[in-house]
Every structure is written in C-alpha cells, then in structure tokens.
Design a protein around this ligand. Structure first.
Ligand code: SF4
Ligand code: SF4
Length: 239
C-alpha cells in the first residue's frame, strides 16, 4: 500500500483535479436539468406531466377497453347465444358461461340457446378484448368505464345480472353510488365496434358492421381511410 506521505508520492495536479470535479458537476446538473424543470413546472402548474386523478379525469380514447356489457338487440332480445366462445378465447380464463335452451314460446335470444349463466372475474381480466373479438353476435362488448374498485373478491365477480343491459339499453353498475363512477361511460360501447376497416375489401370501406342495440353505439362510425389520411395528427387527437 502506498503511503501518501512518502516523499516520492505524486499528488495529482490541482488543475486536473478541479477540471475533473467541474466535469462531474456539469454532467450532474445536465442530467438533473430535466428533473428540475419538471419539478418547477409541476409546482408552478406550467408543465404538468401527471393528472390529478381522481379530481381530474382524462378523456379516454374512443377504443378504450373498460368494463364489459352484455348487449341486447333493439327489440330487447339478448344477443348472447351461450356459445362459450368468449370463455374459450379468454387468455385469463376469467369468463364462465353456461347456455340454456330457449323456450320456443318465449325465447330470450334469437338463437337456440341463451347465456343462462354468465360471469366475469374482473380480478383476473386483463382487458385484452379477445372475448369481444371471439363473440359471433356482438353480445359482449366493452365500455369506457374502469372505475370499479372493490373491497372484497366477491364484488369483483360480475354476473349476468350486472353485465346485461336492460331492454332500453341501460347498463347496471355494481356501485351506482360510487362518486368516481361515470355512469354515462357504461352507455358507450367501445369504439372498435364502429371501426370500418374493410379488411382489404374495398367494397366494405366505410361500411358500419355493428348491429344496433337499444342504447349504446350512438356515435358516428370511424371515417374511411382517405378521410383519415387527410387529417392532421392534431385533429386525430395525437397532438
Ligand atoms: S377482456 Fe380479455 S381477459 Fe378480460 S374477459 Fe375478455 S378475453 Fe378475458
Ligand atoms: S358472449 Fe358471445 S361468445 Fe360469449 S357465450 Fe355469449 S354469444 Fe357466445
């Protein structure tokens, strides 16, 4: 080990040491400049990068994947035919469906069967939307609502009674008194249902494929590609 007080020890030159210290401090301040700017901007309110949720709610994108809803046809018939395809497609295995034969004299759905039992475990759901993609009748769709915290596991199991819209299109909420819940978001089905992607077939461009319901879905279909191409990113909400 070198004894620094040996007569032969060479201390680094003062100038080189100062340059090193100044260089380190310069890089440090350079790195903290962004942090400092955001911190001051946050304190003064001039550059907020976060939203003061729940006091301030951000507007959700039209295709936001929120809480599910089981739809009806405009005549009040249930769209679910109890086929269980949604349950099969669900990667989180959080859907449980059991179909039952319709009463021919008083059918619940236009199919042979209807979804007699329907449950979604929201604690497992990853809101991927694959159940919506798999459904052949657009019976299960997603809304914009995600304010649905619970304090126990049972309340996170959404049953048919909670998921199914009533004959006029109103969708029940588990906790309608919850002041964070915007019940209007339950009346709006997710935006991809109004998407008009032609899937490569020009004849389908701009054609709305969504079959109506008593309530949700009352907005314009997604514009055709040429209209979207002519928009600026600001008009598309990307700005
Ligand atoms: S959104 Fe995804 S995870 Fe949730 S129920 Fe549907 S398929 Fe399952
Ligand atoms: S929601 Fe759709 S996919 Fe699921 S059981 Fe009903 S009809 Fe079938």
């Amino acid at each position: 080990m070198v004894d620094r007080f040996d007569a032969g020890y060479q201390f680094p030159p003062i100038r080189a040491t100062l340059e090193l210290v100044v260089g380190v401090l310069r890089e440090l301040f350079k790195g903290l400049r962004v942090t400092g700017r955001i911190m001051i901007g946050t304190i003064t309110g001039s550059e907020l990068v976060t939203t003061r949720y729940p006091q301030e709610m951000r507007e959700k994108p039209q295709r936001f994947h929120g809480r599910h809803v089981l739809n009806r046809y405009p005549d009040g018939m249930e769209k679910c035919i109890g086929c269980e395809l949604c349950a099969g497609a669900c990667p989180a295995k959080c859907i449980y469906v059991r179909g039952q034969d319709n009463d021919p004299a008083n059918p619940t759905s236009p199919g042979e069967r209807f979804g007699f039992v329907y449950e979604i475990n929201m604690l497992r759901c990853i809101f991927c939307g694959l159940c919506v993609e798999a459904c052949p009748t657009e019976a299960i769709t997603m809304t914009s609502l995600f304010e649905m915290s619970t304090t126990n596991r049972e309340d996170a199991i959404y049953t048919r009674e909670t998921l199914l819209m009533d004959p006029v299109g109103k969708v029940p909420h588990m906790f309608p008194e919850d002041e964070l819940a915007d019940l209007g978001e339950l009346d709006t089905a997710d935006g991809w249902l109004k998407a008009t992607s032609p899937s490569g077939v020009a004849a389908y461009e701009g054609v709305e494929m969504w079959r109506g319901t008593p309530g949700p879905g009352n907005w314009d279909p997604e514009p055709t590609q040429d209209v979207r191409d002519s928009r600026t990113s600001e008009e598309d909400g990307d700005g």
